[in-house]
Design a protein around this ligand. Sequence first.
Ligand SMILES: Cc1cc2nc3c(=O)[nH]c(=O)nc-3n(C[C@H](O)[C@H](O)[C@H](O)COP(=O)(O)OP(=O)(O)OC[C@H]3O[C@@H](n4cnc5c(N)ncnc54)[C@H](O)[C@@H]3O)c2cc1C
Length: 418
Amino acid sequence: MKSTTPEAVRADATKWFQQHWDPELSLGRWWQLLADAGWAFPSWPEGCGGRALPTSATKAAIQARRDAGAFGPPNGVATFLAAPTIMHYGTEAQREKYLPQIVNGQDRWCQLFSEPGAGSDMAGLATRAIRDGDEWVVSGQKVWNSGAQWAKYGILIARTDPQQPKHRGITYFLIDMEQEGVDVRPLREMTGDAAFNEVFLNEARVAESDRLGDLGDGWRVAMTTLSHERDPDNAGLGETAAFGSVDLEVTVNDHLSDLESKVDGFSLALSGGVTMVLDDVTNQFDALDDPIKRQRMAKIMEMRRTSKWSGMRTAASLKSGGQPGPEVSMLKLLGAEMNRQIRDVGLETMGPHGMLYGEDAPTGGLFHAYAMFTPALSIAGGSDEVQRNIMGERVHGLPREPGEKEQRELPWSELPRS
Ligand SMILES: Cc1cc2nc3c(=O)[nH]c(=O)nc-3n(C[C@H](O)[C@H](O)[C@H](O)COP(=O)(O)OP(=O)(O)OC[C@H]3O[C@@H](n4cnc5c(N)ncnc54)[C@H](O)[C@@H]3O)c2cc1C
C-alpha cells in the first residue's frame, strides 16, 4: 500500500504534475487526466476523482499542484454540493451515472431549493412532485438558482406528501434540466451579472431511479447538502470559475485567457482568489505602510486561519458521521464577516478610487465586482440570522422560536401561507 504521509504524497503528486501538466492540452482532456489520476479531489474516494487521502496529505497534494502551476479541477454546484450529497446518499447506480461526469467537468449542475415563498423557511416549499408509474411529475417555481442556465442537472427538493408535517413530506431528486417543462429565466443582479435564475417547472419529469435518499426524507438529505454549502473548506470548492459556460474543447491556456476577461465577484468570493486581488490593491496603494491597515490585514489573516482551524472542523463533522454538522454555521458566519472586512479594507485603501466602478477602477474593476457581491455571502446558503438560529437551537440547545414546535407537527396542507 502506498504511503499517505504528506511528504510521500507531495513527492508523488509533484512527479505526476511534472510529467502530465501541459497548458496546451484541451480543458476536457486535462480535467479527465486529473480525475483519472485521483489528483482532482484528493480526499474523495478512488474512482470519484480522488485517492481517499486524509486532510494533511490532501493539502500536500493541492500544494504540489499549485507549485507546478497546474490548472485546478472543475468547480461549481456540481462539485461542492451535488457530488458530496450523491457520494453520501446515492445508490451504486446513481454514483456510476453522475459522478464521473461531475469530476471531469463535463456536467454542470444547479441547486433547486429556494422558492419565492420558501427561502429561510425552506421546509415550507410548495413545489409538488406526484408519482406517475416509474416517474415523478414536478410542478412549481424555484428562485435564486445559481448557474441554472448552464446546468445539465439539478438537485431538487419537492413536496411529495402535503398531508405530512412540513419537514417530513419532502423528497430529494436529481432532475434533468434539459427537458421540456423546465423553463430557466436569468435574473440580473446589482453586480451587473446574471448568475442566478428563476426556474419554472411545468410537469417536468424525474425517474423514480433518480430519487436521492428515501421517500419523504428529503429534508435530511437537503441538510447534508446545506452543511457542505456552509463549509468554507468544502473539498469540492475549487479555484476555477464556479459559474458560466465551459468549452471543454479549447486549450487550458485559451480557457484561462477567456476567464481573465470575465471573472465575476461570485467566483472570486467562492474561490478565495480575492486575497490575491487584495494583495494587488495593498501593493498599489502602499497600504502596509499604515499601521492601522496592517493591523486590519492581520485580523483578516487570523480569521482565515480560525475558519480552517482543525479543532473546530473536527467538531463540525463528528456529530453527523463524517458529514459537516450544524456547527459549520459558525464557519459560514465567520466567512461572511471576513469577506465584509476584506471589502472594507480594500475599498478604503483605494481612497477616492474606491468609488469607481468598471474597468476604470483599480485592478480593472475586479475588486469592485467582488465588493458588490459581498452582501450576497450573508444570504446565500442561509442568511446570517438563520445561521445564528441554527447555532442557538441545534448547537447550544436553546429553545426554538415561539409557535415553531406546533407548526412542526401540523400537516403542511394546513399551515398558513403568505
Ligand atoms: C448569491 C446567491 C446565490 C443563491 N443561490 C441559490 C441556489 O443556487 N439555489 C437555491 O435554491 N437558492 C439560492 N439562493 C437563495 C438563498 O438560499 C436564499 O436567498 C436564502 O435562503 C434566504 O431566503 P430568502 O431570500 O427567501 O429570504 P427570506 O427567507 O425572505 O428572509 C428575509 C430576511 O428575514 C430574515 N429571517 C427570515 N427568517 C428568519 C428567522 N426565523 N429568524 C431571524 N431572521 C429571519 C432573513 O435573515 C433575511 O434577512 C441564493 C442566494 C444568493 C444571495
